[in-house]
Ligand binder design. Structure first.
Ligand code: ADP
Ligand code: MG
Length: 234
């Protein structure tokens, strides 16, 4: 089954007297275990697409279906629950809480949800090990490098066993070597957790690490092509 299905999505923002079309009849499906690169010039609508797919913004028209659940008819509370249970969101800036350790960044949400603190702590430890930070569990954000903070961010997004991972320019603030290892980590977690991942990137050299690539221009999305053979398309 498709993990994420976007059907004929249109998003218009108010713009002076009229509107501007940030998403223009976008269709996209991403399957479990698939890593899709989303490329396109600045202002073309990539972040808007992720925000709508994450149900953070309601589309003007069209459907967002996450793991078989149509978000259209849901109220805010139901949407928040859908996001929590099924969607991992990773933005460019990790947005970690300065006063918490790496492990606590991962457990705080589960803790607030009233889940078993012990099982959350166990999962946090597993995920920190997976992202290469087993030795840094007790460090605070200021004691971590930019790449390490992004790894904590990725581990945090995986805590609730999401079906869909939405990643916006995860390497924008990192040097080449760190960017490469972050994209490889996203590849690994997509495979290992069988999650459907969309990664917005301007670093087209990392596209071959992904399965397919779709490009956006003026709110219009091209159909995805295989990442290796489709190099002419991006
Ligand atoms: P990208 O991520 O590809 O740079 P965005 O999705 O951020 O593109 O933006 C797409 C278009 O929508 C741009 O023209 C941008 O100025 C506009 N836009 C984005 N967010 C808003 C908003 N909250 N209100 C009005 N216009 C917006
Ligand atoms: Mg953007």
């Amino acid at each position: 089954m498709t993990a994420l299905n976007l059907v004929n999505l249109t998003l218009e923002y108010p713009d002076g007297e009229g509107t501007m079309t940030a998403l223009d009849s976008v269709n996209l499906s991403v399957n479990p275990g698939q890593l899709l690169s989303l490329v396109g010039p600045s202002g073309s609508g990539k972040s808007s697409l992720l925000a709508v797919a994450a149900t953070l913004i309601k589309p003007t028209s069209g459907l967002v279906v996450i793991d078989g659940v149509d978000a259209t008819g849901l109220n805010e509370k139901q949407l928040a629950q859908l996001r929590r249970d099924k969607v991992g969101i990773i933005f460019q800036q990790p947005n970690l809480l300065a006063s918490l350790t790496a492990a606590e960044q991962l457990t705080i949400t589960e803790h607030l949800r009233g889940k078993s603190v012990k099982s959350a702590a166990n999962r946090a430890a597993e995920l920190l090990e997976l992202v290469g930070l087993a030795d840094s569990a007790k460090k605070h954000p200021h004691q971590l490098s930019g790449g390490q903070r992004q790894r904590v961010n990725i581990a945090r997004a995986l805590m609730a066993h999401p079906k869909v991972l939405l990643v916006d320019e995860p390497t924008a603030a990192l040097d080449h070597a760190r960017s490469d290892s972050i994209v490889r980590l996203l590849r690994q977690v997509t495979d290992e957790f069988n999650v459907a991942t969309i990664m917005v990137t301007h670093d087209t050299e990392f596209v071959p690490l992904t399965d397919c690539v779709a490009s956006m221009r003026d709110g219009v999305l091209t159909a995805p092509v295989p990442a290796l053979s489709g190099s002419a398309a991006y």
